[in-house]
Design a protein around this ligand. Structure first.
Ligand code: SAH
Ligand code: SF4
Length: 429
């Protein structure tokens, strides 16, 4: 989602004469678009700001002005502390006010006080935002933002606000523009994307994600549709049915379960049990037998015992996941779980994380191994690291390196899979 929002900022600043650069030392404006989901991510912001401060002061000596802006969820949640720890920051703005960036930059160029904007405007920011810049045949499309689930560990409902679904017609228009730009693969985005319930025609019927996917699949040029991230509570039959009948919907679902212990799921306020999750996976695999399922896990949630953790390992064995993400529980200020007494030590968290990741890695490499000697449709997305190598992705979202430099970006080729590596495949043509 931050990648999508950053693309929007690029589009917003273009008419003001700004272009992007990979070199901060040449930049008139540097925006750190931040994530607050775990402590590690938000601490990075302050170390990066330290680096930018030096650049700003060096450039000032040469008479060049550098504006530093912090956007995203750290800006939303910790605006005051940024101001205290890094008073040289010129602009601080939250994710709901991206559309105000040009105005904030204009003011910051004129005034020496830090411009702060962390409101939750009544009107949707999407009404004011241009379509983000895209790079290559794969693009994100934000369809839903915010969350009303209030999992006890999570900051999203506080930083991104309440759940909001964009009107379906706006989404279809954006998808058509992407298709005209040559985009072949669209990933629909939302913190809780499968809770999507957007207005179809103003004041008319509400569409769910399944219906929206069907409509996007009608757009010529768009060959692959994905969506992320989903909550188990909102995986409707309509979406499962889309997996069965919409060919353009890719056979991969990221469905975070977080834990395999019902006790912990309850303390997390996840609103589902392990058997609810297993039932969904079963239904999904009956509808689409080859679907690959990945998940997010949190280890060391307060009160998690060895037995709870064993239950997580068991659930992983029962489901058999592909490429998943796992994290140590991170205390997020203000969330209910940050007040829970029985915090788990970092040492235990590290041990559990290692064990879980070993199992998940094994499942992922076993999954990759099953494709060796088979043919797969690969969408070419960029150049690989090796000479004459191109990089693409499989329908299951595995990165695939292909030894063929005549392939062009955006083409889909049927490729023989020669080798499986831990996190990618090697294709021969
Ligand atoms: N909406 C999605 C997840 C969005 S946050 C869902 O409900 O599943 C992305 C992931 O970050 C989460 O799935 C969770 O695994 C992880 N995460 C969120 N808060 C965390 C915290 N306080 N500590 C560790 N991991 C966290
Ligand atoms: Fe956070 Fe996802 Fe839970 Fe919402 S559903 S509170 S985004 S983890």
């Amino acid at each position: 989602m931050n990648v999508y929002d950053s693309g929007t900022m690029e589009s917003l600043m273009e008419p003001l004469g700004y272009d992007t650069t990979n070199n901060c030392e040449n930049a008139d404006l540097v925006i750190l678009n931040t994530c607050h989901i775990r402590e590690k991510a938000s601490e990075k912001v302050f170390s990066e700001l330290g680096r930018l401060k030096k650049i700003k002061f060096e450039r000032a000596k040469k008479g060049e002005k550098t504006l530093i802006a912090v956007s995203g969820c750290v800006a939303q949640a910790e605006g005051d502390s940024i101001l205290k720890r890094a008073p040289y920051v010129d602009i601080i703005f939250g994710p709901q006010t991206t559309h105000l960036l040009p105005e904030l930059v204009t003011k910051a160029n004129r005034l020496s006080t830090t411009q702060i904007e962390s409101s939750f405007p009544v009107n949707s920011k999407f009404d004011y935002l241009p379509i983000p810049k895209t790079d290559g045949p794969s693009a994100f499309l934000s369809i839903q933002e915010g969350c009303d689930k209030f999992c006890t560990f999570c900051v999203v409902p506080y930083t991104r606000g309440e759940e909001y679904s964009r009107p379906a017609m706006d989404i279809l228009d954006e998808a058509k523009v992407l298709a005209q730009r040559g985009v072949k693969e669209i990933t629909l985005l939302g913190q809780n994307v499968n809770a999507y319930h957007g207005e179809s025609i103003i004041g008319q019927k509400i569409w769910g994600l399944g219906r929206l996917i069907r409509e996007i699949a009608e757009i010529d040029g768009i060959n692959r549709i994905r969506y992320t991230t989903s909550h188990p509570r909102d995986l409707s039959d309509e979406i499962i049915d889309a997996h069965k009948s919409v060919d353009k919907l890719m056979p991969h679902l990221h469905l975070p379960v977080q834990s395999g212990s019902d006790r912990i799921l309850k303390a997390m306020n996840r609103k589902h049990t392990c058997s609810d999750y297993l039932y969904l996976i079963d239904k999904l695999r009956k509808a689409k037998p080859d679907i690959a399922v990945s998940s997010d896990f949190i280890v060391g949630f307060p009160g998690e015992t060895d037995e709870d953790f064993e239950n997580t390992l068991q659930l992983v064995r029962d489901v058999n996941f592909t490429h998943s993400f796992s994290f140590k529980f991170s205390i997020r200020p203000g969330t209910p779980a940050s007040y829970y007494k029985k915090q788990v030590s970092n040492e235990i968290k590290s041990k559990r994380l290692l064990k879980l990741q070993k199992l998940l890695d094994k499942q992922n490499s076993d999954f990759n191994e099953t494709f060796v000697g088979k043919k797969m449709a690969i969408l070419i997305k960029g150049k690989g690291k090796g000479k004459g190598q191109m990089l693409g992705s499989s329908p299951y979202l595995q990165p695939v390196r292909v030894e063929n430099s005549s392939f062009k970006l955006g083409e889909t080729h049927i490729v023989d899979i020669a080798k499986a590596e831990a996190n990618s495949l090697l294709g021969k043509f």
